[in-house]
Design a protein around this ligand. Structure first.
Ligand code: UD1
Ligand code: CA
Length: 455
């Protein structure tokens, strides 16, 4: 049975107090919407439709950036969750099989839970994801059941006191045959406390037609929706602790786990060790047996086995470190390949560059890659020794086995096996330092004497 996703992401999210659409606020460096899309993608859907409304252009761009094969549709006025799903009707025309509705602001539904819902469709026409609520005053829709059967969903606003006392709540995730879902939605009205078209009404309507409805339960933590900045921060904390635990299970040592910040897609290999206060932005993959030392910041980079990074290193997008490389303190690397065994140990900027195997980049080296208009490349061969404080003015090529003298400003290519010196020649003035100091000392003493006289 094939499955299709409809992801609702048109709502305002006014309690975020933000110019940014709610579903684009991030957890682990990815928008909430992308988290929802990722969990839905675990079902390998035929088709995914994202319903955008408030901030639609931004929402659509973010959705398509993550997966350009999805379809986006607009809900220009937010008339309720049922109306939002109906906006996907045309886009879903011809999509065979089931439709699963997810919310763009509910990032943590697990693949296992979605699989359980799909499985429940073998015995129920409509499957709703429910959870037992910890706070009985929470304003979720309540699931009214008779034994195993789900009779209807009542919104909190419309519920009686008895119904509000039901602990079983609606997560919002619903699955049904696509044609059945849209046919039921055609019968939904907005005759309720909010004047909205409720998706939740399809359960009662389905039962009226003699169809069956069932509940699959999950943990409340999975259905956590984000409405406020506080909830966003709590969700981030929950995400971080799960992501850290997953890495630890996979054989990664986190010396002080609570100080390591991970992204939604961070990959770290077995027997790697991450020291205190390391931040991973999106797009980082670390192989086995790597050590990332304290206070490093990494994003969009790859680090191979046996490498050591930091402390206080910054790897920016496009940094590729090969096996057994060393990147030390106060080093920034961007869009650059560092080949096997090369070392960049102190106070250095490497941008738009290739560094050959076993080369050693001295302290304070800078690849001057930007002329204010264009970026240029620095290519350094194998076994090169770049002296401390060398400015490599790109575009520039340094041949294998070459060297640069400390403090050189290198503006011309250096052939292989060549030492380049590009700095002012030193001259020594014998005795001049002493004469200068005597003169200055005498001048200072005269000033002090004058001051005493004035008193
Ligand atoms: C909804 C459910 C409620 C459930 C709760 C779980 C309905 C009627 N109610 O209520 O039973 O307990 O979620 O969190 O479905 N959206 C649109 N267009 C709209 C309205 C909403 O795209 O016109 C999107 C929102 O962006 C959001 C999601 O649908 O992602 C849920 O909308 P929201 O207004 O938060 O629903 P609740 O009132 O919380
Ligand atoms: Ca909500």
């Amino acid at each position: 049975m094939s499955i299709n996703l409809i992801i609702l992401a048109a709502g305002q999210g006014s309690r975020m107090n933000s110019d940014r659409p709610k579903v684009l606020h991030e957890i682990g460096g990815a928008p909430l919407l992308v988290h929802a899309m990722k969990s839905g993608a675990s079902l390998e859907p035929e088709k995914t439709v994202v319903v955008a409304g408030v901030g639609a252009e931004l929402v659509e761009a973010a959705a398509l950036e993550w997966n350009d094969e999805i379809t986006t549709v607009r809900q220009d006025e937010q008339n309720g969750t049922g109306h939002a799903v109906l906006c996907a009707k045309d886009a879903m025309a011809g999509a065979e099989g089931d439709a699963l509705v997810l919310y763009g602001d509910t990032p943590f539904i697990s693949p296992e839970t979605l699989a359980a819902m799909q499985a429940a469709r073998t015995y129920a026409d409509v499957v709703v994801l429910g959870f037992d609520v910890a706070d009985p005053t929470a304003r979720y829709g309540r699931l009214v059941t008779t034994g195993e059967a789900l009779d209807k969903i009542v919104e909190f606003k419309d519920a009686t006191e008895t119904e509000r006392a039901i602990p079983l709540c609606n997560s919002g995730v619903i699955c049904a045959d696509s044609a059945t879902l849209f046919s039921l939605l055609d019968d939904v009205t907005n005759d309720n406390a909010s004047g909205e078209y409720y998706l939740t009404d399809i359960v009662g309507l389905a039962r009226d037609r003699g169809l069956s409805a069932a509940v699959v339960k999950c943990d409340e933590a999975e259905t956590l929706g984000i409405n406020t900045r506080m909830e966003l921060a709590n969700a981030e904390a929950a995400f971080q602790s799960r992501a850290r635990a997953a890495l630890q299970d996979d054989g990664v040592t986190l010396v002080a786990p609570e100080t390591v910040h991970l992204a939604h897609d961070t990959v770290i290999g077995r027997d790697s060790l991450i020291e205190q206060n390391v931040v991973f932005g999106p797009g980082v993959s670390i192989e086995n047996g790597v050590r990332i030392r304290a206070f490093s910041h990494l994003e969009g980079c790859h680090v191979s086995s046996g490498a050591t990074v930091g402390p206080f290193a910054r790897l920016r997008p496009g940094a590729e470190l090969a096996e057994d490389t060393r990147v030390g303190n106060f080093v920034e690397i961007k869009n650059a390949q560092v080949a096997k065994g090369a070392k960049v140990n102190h106070l250095t900027y490497i941008g738009d560059a290739d560094i050959g195997a076993r080369s050693n980049i001295g302290a304070g080296t800078i690849t001057c890659n930007y002329d204010g208009y264009f970026k240029h490349r620095t290519v350094i061969g194998e076994d090169v020794f770049v002296g401390s404080n060398t400015m490599l003015v790109a575009p520039i090529t340094v041949g294998d086995n070459a060297m640069t003298g400390s403090g050189s400003v290198v503006t011309e290519d250096i052939p292989a096996d060549t030492l380049a010196l590009g700095r002012a020649k030193q001259t020594n003035k014998t005795g001049l330092a002493k004469r200068l100091k005597d003169k200055l000392r005498a001048a200072k003493a005269a000033v002090k004497k004058d001051l005493k006289k004035d008193k």
